[in-house]
Design a protein around this ligand. Structure first.
Ligand SMILES: C[S@@+](CC[C@H](N)C(=O)[O-])C[C@H]1O[C@@H](n2cnc3c(N)ncnc32)[C@H](O)[C@@H]1O
Length: 262
């Protein structure tokens, strides 16, 4: 059986690795995976945010908060890692309408219920041990009819054992996946010479979907991002992302209470 690592243990590891992980992270656009795959998908799924109250749950160093604030949103960024939040504050022009709050996204009772038009959560839910509590907390923060857009590592491709299978010359033959149904905490490769990596909480696709739907969210859309051709000139290594999907991004709406039937 896998060890039941809790959020405090997960965050201890984010705090430990934050500065190294952020060293090459572009302040406005994030890392190449965000630039090529995630940002276009998130922006395509998000509704217009100008004048809207937006919560970024698991905001990290805050690049998406800044992007959305520049589009006219009033943004709250929540993260449980003090190191990530201190980087976010350092990187943010105080003129932008962003409030950073330290807290666990699994229990956001420090935010007023029903006070956000949009919740976005970029590559954070699979880092949280209790996805049910985190989604419930996001649900609570939204107004009725409010929109949730979240991305995660694609659970069908980032199963406990996965990766390219190569021939003797190192050419990629195919992407392998194994132990898909074994949900739980998995240690990611350690950063530099550290002995402990961050934790990824693997769950099947249906676990995410059933949690979302049973909570009273209505699923509106889903994207498995592929690179735009023009991105490949700058980032040729992303051509392999036409062969498998690293990420999946969902758009859901909080149903009006009268419509949930629960
Ligand atoms: C992969 S990073 C993504 C950060 C940011 N959304 C981005 O796209 O750059 C995951 C973030 O989730 C945060 N996180 C993990 N578990 C959390 C929790 N229970 N509550 C709040 N933040 C959490 C980590 O501290 C980290 O900043």
């Amino acid at each position: 059986m896998r060890r039941p690592y809790n959020a405090d243990e997960a965050i201890r590891r984010w705090d430990m690795h934050a500065r190294v992980l952020l060293a090459d992270f572009d302040v406005e656009e994030g890392d190449p995976h965000r630039i090529v795959l995630l940002n276009p998908a998130l922006l395509a799924l998000l509704p217009p945010v100008e004048g809207k109250r937006v919560l970024d749950a698991g905001c990290g160093e805050g690049y998406l908060c800044r992007k959305l604030a520049r589009l006219g949103a009033r943004v709250t960024g929540v993260d449980y890692s003090r190191e990530m939040l201190s980087a976010a504050r350092e990187r943010t022009d105080p003129a932008l309408l962003i409030r950073y709050v330290h807290g666990n996204c699994e229990r956001m009772d420090f935010l007023e219920a029903g006070s956000y038009d949009v919740v976005v959560s970029n590559m954070a839910l699979m880092d949280m041990p209790d996805h049910h509590a985190a989604l419930a907390s996001m649900y609570r923060a939204l107004v009725e009819g409010g929109i949730l857009v979240f991305s995660i590592s694609h659970p069908c491709f980032t199963a406990p054992e996965c990766g390219w299978v190569r021939d003797g010359e190192g050419n990629k033959l195919h992407w392998k996946v194994d132990h898909y149904f074994e949900e739980g905490a998995y240690e990611q490769p350690a950063v530099l010479d550290a002995t402990e990596g961050t934790l990824l909480y693997h769950r099947t696709l249906s676990t995410y979907l059933r949690t979302l739907l049973r909570m009273g969210f209505e699923l509106l859309d889903a994207v498995e991002p592929k690179p735009a051709e023009e991105m490949l000139d700058r980032y040729p290594r992303f051509r392999d992302d036409y062969r498998m999907s690293h990420f999946i991004v969902f758009k859901a709406r909080k149903r009006a209470l009268a419509a949930t039937g629960e």
